[in-house]
Ligand binder design. Sequence first.
Ligand code: DAH
Length: 340
Amino acid sequence: MQQKIAALRAALEADRAKVADKAALSAFWQKYLSKNGEVAGLMKGLRDVAKEERPAAGKIINECKAWAEAQYQELAAAVEQAELAARNAAEAVDITLPGTPRPTGTLHPLTLIKNQIVDVFAGMGFEVFEGPEIEDDDHCFTRLNVPKNHPARDMQDTFYVAEDIVLRTHTSPGQIRVMDRGQLPIKVLVPGRVFRSDSDATHSPMFHQMEGLVVDKGITLCDLQGMLDKFVQALFGPEVKTRLRPSYFPFTEPSVEVDVSCFECGGKGCPLCKGTGWIEILGGGIVHQQVLKNCGIDPGVYSGLAFGIGIERIAMLKYGINNIGLLFENDLRFLQQFQG
Ligand code: DAH
């Protein structure tokens, strides 16, 4: 028995050196420790041992069994360790490598300007209202006091979609739609796309406007100028001033053209303001009584102010852009200048 055990120990140690993975480990267990393995075989061999020697032989077999099991446990732990180390090595990530930069987008300059304008007027209590881009003649012209065949229709080169249906030439029809809601007082901004058959360095067939409308009791031109002062100061700097010049729009009476003191030269005169110290930025006025009546509002009780801002014009002035086309070409070299 002593010899058998010695032989088994030698064989087990030789096999043990060859176990490198789970499959070999399992074969090792099968060979020595399973029910039909070598250690169990020793136990069965006890039958052939003389009765009086059995207890001693049983003892050394049990010792051998415990030793073999311990060998197996050690081996299993070593195989586990080796496999873990191999997996860690394969999955290693070098956290010192530089990251892959992702290109980030940026707001379009027209969106930046639009947001700034909305912010200023929202601070004065204005809400935003949006009307349709395809309008009927009634909202776009007639109810804004521009009847059919009125010479003022020549002021806007209109795209007709059908008889009496147009691409809106301005955001002013938004005024009619808001007043038709029948809720007073009114304080709204109407931003949006407008369309005119016109194209050169400063005109595009599609561009953007921001309409403003206030209807309440006792509204005057002073309210208009006060609000516009806040607006130009927020966009062009705290020291700029506005100036109102008499003008003509069919939907306002009186009508004004609003100039801003030149933010480039401070009013002394430079190429941007063509030496005048003033830059024209928008049109506005007191809502024509006929327009109020067209919307069922009594001009004896209520009065209104309105203005229309060209968003491209403001963006071009503010950022020094000399060709309106740049705003629509979407050349990244141009757009990336407005990042951050
Ligand atoms: N709708 C005019 C245009 O597109 C701009 C305008 C002028 C709007 C005076 C107004 C206003 O509300 O009062 O040329």
